[in-house]
Design a protein around this ligand. Structure first.
Ligand code: ATP
Ligand code: F1X
Length: 299
């Protein structure tokens, strides 16, 4: 079974506007809402790839209820811990000449709620896959992902972590099966700006030396690089298409790669990840089955 964990689910409120003037009243041309947060996005795209997962995490208030109902309507299995206070966040994504995002902080998560999540995770079994994805609310310490991996270390669970900074660095000693920072996040973790392929490879290998089994670096329109468990490097360019939306492209890549590795080798997983990432970049909302299949054929 595949489980995703989203500590900080969100309603993604996507606003399209011709021009955006800071300090003025702007009017949108159209709006859309999606139920998101990184782990949830991974669950949604996994379902497009015929892999049923269970989405875990925390929801709160009326927005949390809307997220759960929306996911249920989409056929996504969920088992969220319900927080007693606050509301799940609404993340604003403004699409004008450029994409601007304003992600919320999210509700506080207390120890009792964290322990409820731990109890659910304790039921995972050998052979399961666990995907931890996205930011955590400020009320939680940055070793929370580490604590989860530590709890599960005695079981044979394939772990995937899509996070940044300390949240990611802290888990490396537990040898996550896959991590997927993008090239900017990779540089940020080492306090450097990465300007070419050689530098990106050098720092990706550092993450591997620090414990990650497979390191996948996504580079938006420049494709992706994988350093696999044997230290071999694989590269994949991007699919061709008109970019509509980059929100969730990375989550789609994580879903595609995870589905790919359950069905084939690293080359195939990288291609399926690339096709899923591209399918999201070329769609309003997340990747759909037919688009992923069409793009996979081109790689
Ligand atoms: N402009 C694009 N054209 C084609 N493919 C793209 C484009 N942007 C993203 N992709 C595909 O999606 C993958 C992941 O994208 P990206 O590197 O932007 O992830 P990310 O930064 O984690 O994204 P996000 O945080 O918005 O989900 C890329 O490696 C690529 O295969
Ligand atoms: O604030 P985080 O948790 O880092 O990212 C949250 C988020 O931007 O990630 C997804 C796209 O990857 C969106 O659905 C969501 O709004």
């Amino acid at each position: 079974m595949v489980y995703t964990v989203t500590f900080n689910p969100a309603i993604d409120y996507v606003v399209h506007t011709g021009e955006m003037k800071l300090g003025s009243t702007n009017r949108s041309d159209r709006e859309e809402m999606y139920f998101g947060g990184k782990g949830i996005n991974v669950s949604i795209v996994l379902r497009e790839l015929d892999i049923q997962s269970k989405a875990l995490g925390f929801t709160a208030g009326f927005t949390g209820e809307a997220i759960e109902n929306g996911l249920a309507e989409m056929g996504i299995d969920t088992d969220f811990v319900h927080l007693k206070k606050g509301n799940s966040r609404i993340n604003v994504k403004i699409k004008s000449a450029e994409e601007t995002e304003l992600n919320g902080q999210g509700p506080d998560i207390d120890d009792e709620a964290v322990n409820k999540l731990f109890a659910k995770l304790d039921k995972l079994q050998d052979g399961d896959t666990l995907i931890l994805a996205g930011s955590i609310p400020a009320s939680l310490p940055s070793d929370i992902y580490e604590k989860i991996l530590e709890r599960l270390a005695h079981k044979n669970i394939r772990t995937v972590v899509d996070a940044t900074k300390d949240l990611l660095l802290n888990v490396l000693k537990y040898k996550p099966f896959l991590i997927k920072p993008n090239n900017h996040e990779l540089g940020e973790m080492f306090g450097v700006t990465l300007t070419n392929d050689e530098e990106i490879e050098k720092y990706a290998r550092k993450l591997k030396e620090m414990g990650a089994v497979n390191v996948l670096i996504s580079m938006a329109g420049d494709g992706a690089m994988l350093i696999d468990e044997n230290g071999e490097i694989h590269r994949c360019g991007v699919c061709n298409g008109k970019v509509k939306n980059s929100v969730g492209a990375g989550d789609s890549m994580v879903a595609g790669f995870t589905a790919g590795i359950l069905q084939g080798d690293y080359e195939y997983a990288l291609k399926l990840g690339t096709a899923a990432g591209g399918a999201t970049a070329f769609s309003d909302g997340l990747a759909q089955k037919e688009k992923i299949a069409e793009l996979l054929e081109t790689l």
